[in-house]
Ligand binder design. Sequence first.
Ligand SMILES: [Zn+2]
Length: 352
Amino acid sequence: MTDLHPFTHDIPADRLPALLRAMPKAELHMHIEGSLEPELIFALAQRNGVAIPYASVEELRRAYAFTNLQSFLDIYYAGASVLLKEQDFYDMAWAYLERAAADNVVRTEMFFDPQTHTARGVAMQTVIDGLHRACGDAEAKLGVSAALILCFLRHLSEEDAFATLEQALPFRDKFIGVGLDSSELGHPPEKFARVFARCRELGFHLVAHAGEEGPPAYVWSALDVLKVERVDHGVQSTKDAALMRRLAQERIPLTVCPLSNLKLCVFPDLAQHNLGQLLDAGLVATVNSDDPAYFGGYMNENFIQTFAATGLTAKHAWQLAANSFEGSFVDAPTKALWMERLGACFAQFAGR
Ligand SMILES: [Zn+2]
């Protein structure tokens, strides 16, 4: 699956942006609440009679100048406050899924944060039903395979995570896994050891944010204590050679989010992003949009800006798309089908 495609050398650099747009790909790290565009926030606020502390779409967009993860999270939670009814969750997910389809995303595994909603009195069923209905429609109407991963907010307690899991279990056929997100520093993976062990017993896929702002030690404990199958972000891993070797050997996917890293100042500029270093070390790194409405771009924008800034080539494009399929939680025949489509796309760009 990871072998270099034979046609990558035949694709001229000036065709790279078109190739990046056209190639089929999977998105493995995006928070559906982070896809709320200011226009939709205002439309839902009006529909639901919710007051928000911004006078206009423009004023809200101007507030998206973040200095770190926390300054983003403050606005992110304010934006989510307009979501009240099942249709709101559907509309939010549908808007993202249409954007994903336009970017030739064939598979998306969308995170959602139920605690952000249940804490405001919205029922778990309202959240999950709306998102799940959009996933079904995406498959039927857009040809996009979509699944949900429930994330626990790590700035809250493990007890709260357990209560959230309990509320979600009646709907367990509507999500495929659990993750861990929100403020990383000061909230190490160990804090959620017991709830992840329980989710593992229940047969859920396991992922966690680690090594975004936090140290390599958090990536180690995500692997060893939480026993995650993928690491979300993980870009701090390059500071630890032994960790890099392990991630490569065990083929643990890293769901990297370049524009998010840029906006939250994890790297001073995109040219200094370590995506190329992760790929060249043999890691299963992928490109993802994280919170696309807030961080300046959906999937293809992440690919195009990162390649332009770092000088990555068609060879890397092939590897990133192949990695995204390898890292996705679908069966082997489906992955093989998408790899065939990827090969056909590259052959076309190479003029074969
Ligand atoms: Zn994230």
